[in-house]
Design a protein. Structure first.
Length: 168
């Protein structure tokens, strides 16, 4: 089980780093060319800003999944701070479980939207060569990453600590 989880974690690490690296590099290049052409050549590409926005969506979802690995999302720790260790662990289990189920729920809804966009064949107005589902698929992949990473680094460690405490 641990080897399978380690392989899944390696894949998510590899995928997220590549998405962020490639998309951010592309965004910087596109914006630099856009600024140069706009201010030096008095010409601009109609698709550049929209493509950069789509890249920003992809980077945001990849970053949200990456943040789950290190528990870097915002949380309210005041109650856990004043509560005892048992209540604090129960709150952590509840919040991580809620995050996993919410991410799964959102993944399902976004995937439904992706399949509708594929059926309709909708494209962006400024980029008729790019289907809209490309942007929405970032949400599906990101929510899967959030659910898996929260499960791996949020819930499973809490349950393994509970087992260790029960064995003592």
């Amino acid at each position: 089980m641990r080897k399978a989880l380690a392989k899944i974690n390696e894949f998510f690490d590899w995928f997220e780093k590549r998405v962020v690296l490639v998309v951010m590099s592309g965004m910087v290049i596109i914006l630099a060319v856009q600024v140069f052409t706009r201010y030096c050549l008095n010409f601009s590409f109609s698709w550049a800003e929209q493509l950069v926005r789509i890249g920003f969506v992809w980077v945001t979802y990849a970053g949200a999944s990456m943040a789950c690995k290190n528990s870097m999302h915002l949380t309210i720790d005041l109650v856990k701070y004043f509560a005892g260790p048992t209540l604090s662990k129960a709150i952590s289990i509840w919040s991580s479980s809620f995050t996993v189920f919410f991410a799964g729920y959102m993944c399902w809804h976004i995937a439904t939207l992706v399949f509708q966009q594929i059926e309709k064949g909708q494209t962006f107005s400024s980029m008729t060569w790019l289907p809209v589902w490309v942007m929405y698929s970032a949400g599906v992949i990101g929510m899967i990453g959030i659910a898996v990473r929260t499960l791996m680094f949020g819930l499973l460690p809490l349950f393994s600590q509970a087992k260790e405490g029960a064995e003592r």
